[in-house]
Write a protein of this length. Structure first.
Length: 124
């Protein structure tokens, strides 16, 4: 299982990369491996307000549909349009294929997420 040290992780298998007050969110390498080939990504609209724990993205794979949960609260300010035409980017490189960017309303929520080491201990 590949992990990046500079990211934070949710137990529900999302990763978060913080840049200023913006958080880029994707799914972990572990999650994409369990899903299989991703064939469709249903993303929220820009402007959608989410709270930590809300289901806000659906990934469809050849195996099943899977919900993605917001690891932090805020407003969706960007979606990765490349995934509409090529959802398999998630399988090719889960850590490069961010799904949405959120303007964080409670930046301190990031502190409650897991480090790479903590996530790895849970899902080894």
């Amino acid at each position: 299982m590949k992990l990046l040290e500079d990211l934070k992780y949710a137990e529900s298998h999302e990763w978060v990369r913080v840049e200023g007050n913006k958080a880029y969110i994707g799914i972990t390498d572990y999650a994409q491996d369990k899903l299989g080939d991703v064939v469709y990504v249903e993303m929220p609209e820009v402007g959608t307000i989410v709270e930590a724990g809300d289901q806000f993205v659906v990934l469809e794979s050849v195996k099943a549909a899977s919900d993605v949960y917001a690891p932090i609260s805020g407003t969706v300010v960007e979606v990765n349009d490349e995934l509409e035409d090529n959802p398999a980017l998630i399988n090719e490189s889960a850590f490069d294929a961010w799904i949405v960017a959120i303007d964080m309303s409670l930046p301190t929520e990031v502190d409650s997420l897991l480090s790479a080491e903590e996530y790895e201990r849970i899902y080894e």
